[in-house]
Design a protein around this ligand. Structure first.
Ligand code: ZN
Length: 44
């Protein structure tokens, strides 16, 4: 997994990019991350 130094509006840096979209960020929803563009979901 490549590491990206990415910053969100609130200063967090732990957001991951969507493996499908590539340039879209995954939103955090409790114990999973969800892409709002393609609906890809990743469980931790
Ligand atoms: Zn996506």
């Amino acid at each position: 997994m490549s590491h990206h130094e990415l910053y969100n509006d609130d200063g967090t840096t732990d957001h991951e990019t969507c493996p499908r979209c590539g340039d879209s960020y995954l939103g955090e929803y409790g114990d999973r991350q969800h892409c709002g563009r393609c609906s890809y979901t990743e469980w931790e």
